[in-house]
Design a protein. Structure first.
Length: 216
């Protein structure tokens, strides 16, 4: 890698993110990093950024083991902390004790892994809180609202969110299909867990790391 940098032989591949990945030039100058740690996913997503905290992700310098464990940590945190969803929009004084309780629980979850440090644990918790707030504010409930609209207007006039939906379908199934479309159209910024999962997959394809099971 260092020889390629000196001769600029790999320059197009180091700086062109057309492949969906690239080796960051500045990270390549850090001799103590592995090729996996130098590997970066571009932050692109049409008119909006794909990853809201992309610059932080680059600076984590996580190893493959740490990223695998982080994905598992995130999934367990989301599963076991659903109770927090009912509190993220509360006033400051009500929110503070709930946040403290949630942070403590996230640290307990992270303690079950060997490669996740405290800073990464706290980042994951704060990202979970932010994402949950955005979902509660801008996404949740839209499927039910659109279902009512769908039931009152001609199907052809509401093609954007109901294309392919027959009026013979039960309301519950219609709502599920609308919810899928809303989640796609109003996609929230991706999390580090999604970034890490994709990076692990790319690294395996490139042969940077051996193939191993990646959390789905």
């Amino acid at each position: 890698m260092e020889l390629g940098l000196e001769n600029e032989f790999f320059s197009p591949y180091l700086h062109d993110s057309a492949f969906g990945w690239y080796f960051d030039h500045d990270l390549c100058l850090l001799a103590n990093l592995s090729d996996y740690q130098r590997l970066v996913l571009p932050n692109s997503g049409g008119n909006e950024y794909e990853y809201d905290r992309w610059s932080q992700y680059k600076a984590f310098y996580n190893t493959p083991d740490a990223d695998r464990e982080y994905v598992l940590y995130w999934e367990k945190m989301v599963k076991e902390m659903k109770w927090l969803e009912n509190h993220v929009l509360k006033d400051f004084l009500e929110w503070v004790p709930m946040r403290r309780k949630g942070l403590y629980q996230s640290i307990k979850i992270a303690n079950g892994f060997t490669n996740i440090h405290l800073g990464l644990t706290c980042h994951g918790f704060e990202e979970y809180v932010l994402r949950t707030r955005l979902y509660r504010l801008f996404v949740e409930g839209l499927d039910r609202a659109f279902l009512e609209i769908w039931k009152r207007v001609n199907e052809g006039q509401f093609r954007r969110c109901t294309e392919g939906i027959s009026k013979e379908l039960p309301d519950q199934r219609v709502q599920e299909l609308i919810a899928q479309e809303i989640n796609y159209k109003r996609a929230l910024p991706k999390t580090y867990a999604q970034y890490a999962r994709k990076k692990l997959q790319v690294a395996q394809v490139l042969g940077i790391i051996p193939r191993a099971e990646i959390p789905a």
